[in-house]
Design a protein around this ligand. Structure first.
Ligand SMILES: [Fe+2]
Ligand SMILES: [Fe+2]
Length: 634
């Protein structure tokens, strides 16, 4: 009503101007001629034409004009707000998740108008969450901080021995198949699912609750995960392993960047990330290293962003995103086992929990028939025949009985201790080796041949000897004529030298012809320039040589092959697609005994679908439930 009157007043002022008279002198006829409203309208609102004219004379036209404009704008804003709310809710219903600004702009809305109407996209979302919570399929993580949730997590940690640890990226949908498969695993193996949280700030910008400080904005996770154990504070699974809530960005190229010294100081650490990375850090001259690792995700990748400068990292993060987790088994307050899983497209995965190979699928658990479905390969930690730890060797034999690999990959199989050029001028060491009977090349080759014969029983198709730097010791020994001045091995080496001159692989010749194998048909000798791949994963490189003659590193392997499992470093590591096994030798050898070591006894199972698991043998144990063999048994 007030505005209506204002409009009439402005109309009377306008009519007086057009009639070129004062308002007091404005006649009825003039108003009829110039006014937009008729007299009866004016009289109805003011009681009489005279009252209307007096009101107009008293009024301040410029203030009235501004008030009227504001009202019209307010009316317009209300219309726009209703429209924006309508579009937001429609997209929320259609897509099952709150729309990003880009989605709303695509639907014809203006970012500026939205911000003028609601302050920000986050404020708009908060308003809709408050008014229509039933439309959302996710919940704010802040709402999950509760004493009962923490108590429930503590109870699970205290009671369970087996855990599946994965990461939810805020604002992203759950991988339904993997979630269902993990639930099957937990049911089958009495395990607890622990979900860590990470965020992609560029994807989630403007989200969170208005009025909440940035530090306390955690974003949202799928409502169906809200009933699981969400790890919102640092949680120790035993005295030696902690889940860290260190805030990592979901898009970090390497989520362990800067974390190594925390791992060194504080112990084994798992951090949240949709990527799988593992790094070992030495802590002593003789103790086992500490391991830092990231988990992989239970949410599907979504790094869409309106921020142009974030698109590069988003693209890379999409590439590295791994649907997966880490399975942890607790032996006691100190010892634990861990192994990675990565999901197949449908969310299923293999694991050896309970010392049985089973496939966990969204539809249930399947005990694998090893005659039809078995591991593609077991890449053993560097073998180093003669210095192989018999307890570790026994562990891999036991593991083979469980996963029945088609191929057993052997790195640094021949150790070359008897002809080691690194000890050529170390007369003390050579004297010690002479006293221990370690300088006979023939005896060392016989030991390696016996090892190959033994391993052959555990490979369904073949033992694959990966050409390695220790294997090359023999070729170098012959090439440089070292055998000429090595009385003990001179005669035996002559045939090997001749074979080498004739273009044969000296080590293969020595094992197959000079020493002999029980059955050489199921042994495959790889050349340096040969690939050996299972599920596009390169298994045919030792890892000592990088691109174009450079020194091999895991980063080099990633650059060269994308997906690989290599050896050589003796340090089990994961750099996204590039994995490295440890060693099967004793952990203290002559060439690492004078420095801090991060060596571990670790092998890698490669499944035919490309899933990989690093298996660590620690004091003879490699999974919950297995018995550590004694030296005599091994
Ligand atoms: Fe090596
Ligand atoms: Fe090695």
């Amino acid at each position: 009503m007030q505005v209506r009157q204002s409009e009439i007043i402005l109309d009377i002022v306008d009519a007086a101007k057009k009639a070129k008279c004062k308002i007091a002198d404005l006649a009825c006829g003039d108003y009829e001629t110039y006014g937009k409203f008729n007299l009866s309208t004016a009289a109805r609102h003011f009681g009489s034409w005279t009252a209307a004219r007096k009101a107009a004379a008293r009024a301040n036209p410029s203030k009235l004009q501004a008030a009227l404009k504001q009202h019209l704008l307010d009316e317009l804003k209300e219309d726009k707000k209703a429209h924006i709310l309508d579009v937001f809710k429609r997209q929320l219903r259609d897509n099952g998740e709150a729309p990003a600004m880009a989605d709303l702009v695509q639907a014809g809305l203006s970012k500026d108008v939205l911000n003028r109407c609601f302050g920000s996209l986050g404020a708009l979302e908060a308003l809709v969450r408050k008014e229509s919570p039933e439309l959302f399929k996710d919940v704010t993580i802040r709402s999950l901080f509760s004493p009962s949730a923490f108590a429930s997590l503590d109870k699970a940690v205290a009671e369970k021995k087996r855990f599946v640890i994965t990461t939810a990226v805020t604002g992203c949908k759950v991988h339904e198949g993997f979630y269902a498969s993990v639930k099957e695993f937990c049911r089958e193996n009495d395990a607890a699912l622990l979900i860590m949280v990470t965020s992609d700030p560029a994807h989630n910008r403007d989200r969170g609750e208005p009025g909440v400080s940035k530090q306390e904005r955690y974003g949202t996770i799928a409502a169906k995960l809200a009933g699981e154990h969400i790890v919102l504070r640092d949680t120790a699974l035993n005295d030696n392993l902690k889940l860290s809530t260190l805030k990592t960005s979901a898009k970090m190229i390497n989520p362990l960047t800067g974390v190594k010294r925390l791992v060194q100081k504080n112990g084994n650490l798992i951090v949240a990330s949709p990527k799988q990375i593992q790094q070992c850090v030495p802590v002593s001259n003789f103790r086992l290293p500490h391991v830092g690792m990231s988990t992989g995700a239970i949410t599907v990748s979504n790094y869409s962003t309106d921020n142009y400068m974030s698109e590069r990292l988003a693209y890379i993060a999409e590439h590295d995103h791994t649907i997966g987790a880490i399975i942890v088994e607790i032996e006691d307050s100190e010892l634990f086992h861990y192994r990675q899983i990565q999901a197949d497209v449908d969310g299923s995965f293999y694991d050896i929990a309970g010392l049985q190979l089973k496939k966990y699928t969204p539809k249930g658990v399947k005990k694998v028939d090893l005659k039809k479905e078995n591991a593609g390969a077991l890449v053993m930690g560097d073998w180093h025949s003669g210095e192989t730890d018999p307890i570790v060797a026994q562990a891999w034999k036991d593991l083979c009985l469980i996963v029945s690999p088609d191929y057993l990959l052997v790195h640094d199989g021949f150790n070359g201790l008897s002809i080691n050029h690194h000890e050529e001028h170390d007369f003390i060491k050579k004297a010690q080796r002479a006293l221990s009977g370690q300088l006979s090349l023939e005896a060392e080759l016989k030991q390696f041949a016996a090892d190959i014969d033994m391993l052959s029983q555990f490979a369904k198709k073949a033992v694959v000897i990966v050409k390695s730097n220790h294997d090359d010791f023999l070729h170098r020994y012959l090439k440089e004529g070292k055998y000429v001045v090595d009385p003990q091995n001179h005669l035996f080496s002559l045939d090997l030298a001749k074979a080498a001159i004739q273009g044969e692989d000296a080590l293969q010749f020595a094992i197959e012809k000079a020493v002999g194998l029980d059955d050489k048909t199921n042994v495959r000798w790889l050349k340096r320039n040969e690939d050996f791949k299972i599920a596009r994963i390169q298994l045919g490189a030792h890892g000592d040589k990088g691109s174009n003659g450079s020194r091999g590193t895991l980063a080099q392997m990633e650059e060269a092959f994308g997906y690989s499992v290599t050896g050589h470093s003796h340090v089990p590591s994961i750099l996204r697609g590039a994995w490295s096994v440890g060693t099967s030798s004793f952990l203290q050898l002559d060439y690492n005994s004078d420095s801090p070591s991060s060596w571990m006894n670790t092998s890698c199972i490669v499944y035919p679908n490309g899933q990989r698991q690093l298996i660590n043998c620690i004091f003879g144990k490699w999974a919950l439930g297995c018995q550590a063999p004694t030296t005599e048994e091994a």
